[in-house]
Design a protein around this ligand. Structure first.
Ligand SMILES: *Cc1c(COP(=O)(O)O)cnc(C)c1O
Length: 231
């Protein structure tokens, strides 16, 4: 695990990348939130983020997040960004403040039921596989209207926006297209259903500039902040 000083230096660099990306497309530099991704790092990663003034962290497994949650004293919000098995929905509702990775109707319905059982309103994002990557979870673009309608009919879910993970590809045009497609999809659904769908969670260490140019409101960054993960 890196030291806090190294984390602070990394954070400064990431913020400089965000600022430069915003400025190059004429966006205000505070229009993009940074979600530090602490998965596969010790609980210190969460403490570092909190100490540096960041208010939320991203994790991709419920058990790992729950263990860290129990261990650490920092007051941060927990966001689930990884695929969730339906049988862990109850555990996820108890652990996370928002689920970004709602990727099937089955999961959506289960999360709604579990949130209802504990009288919770659960903020969610709908994950769309805009890059049509066979290795990624998420609704297809064609499924998104039905997904949104199901989410809107779910009394205990609050749909805040959309999320995508771009396909890994050497050619930046691939990620750019995936991000632009999510943005266009959001604009279309937002108009059709008269909803803000304000959050566009897209962009990671390798492609955050492309995501910001396409309209990202939240980038999810692990490696550039904490170094390589040991799996
Ligand atoms: C791991 C992960 C990230 C962070 O990726 P880095 O390349 O380390 O910045 C972002 N989003 C999701 C969904 C992830 O699983």
């Amino acid at each position: 695990m890196i030291t806090f000083e190294v984390f602070v230096a990394n954070l400064k660099q990431v913020k400089e990348r965000i600022d430069a990306a915003c400025l190059s497309v004429g966006r205000p530099t505070d229009s993009v939130q940074l979600l530090p991704v602490t998965k596969n790092h010790p609980v210190d990663a969460v403490q570092y983020a909190a100490q540096a003034g960041l208010t939320a962290v991203g994790e991709n497994r419920v058990q790992e997040a729950s263990d860290k949650h129990a261990m650490q004293l920092a007051d941060v919000r927990w966001e689930l960004i990884g695929h969730l098995q339906t049988n862990k929905a109850k555990f996820a509702v108890a652990t996370f403040d928002r689920v970004q990775s709602v990727d099937s109707l089955k999961l959506l319905n289960r999360l709604n039921r579990c949130a209802g059982e504990v009288s919770k309103q659960l903020p969610v994002l709908l994950q769309c596989n805009t890059g049509a990557d066979p290795n990624k979870y998420g609704f297809s673009v064609a499924q998104m209207e039905a997904a949104l309608e199901a989410a809107l009919a779910s009394e205990h879910l609050v749909v805040e926006g959309l999320m995508t993970i771009a396909p890994l590809d050497q050619n930046p045009a691939v990620a750019r297209a995936a991000f632009e497609d999510l943005r266009e999809l959001r604009d279309r659904l937002s108009e059709q259903y008269s909803l803000p769908l304000a959050e566009l969670s897209m962009g990671m260490t390798g492609d955050l500039e492309l995501a910001i140019a396409a309209g990202s409101t939240q980038i999810r960054v692990g490696t550039a902040l904490y170094g390589a993960r040991s799996y």
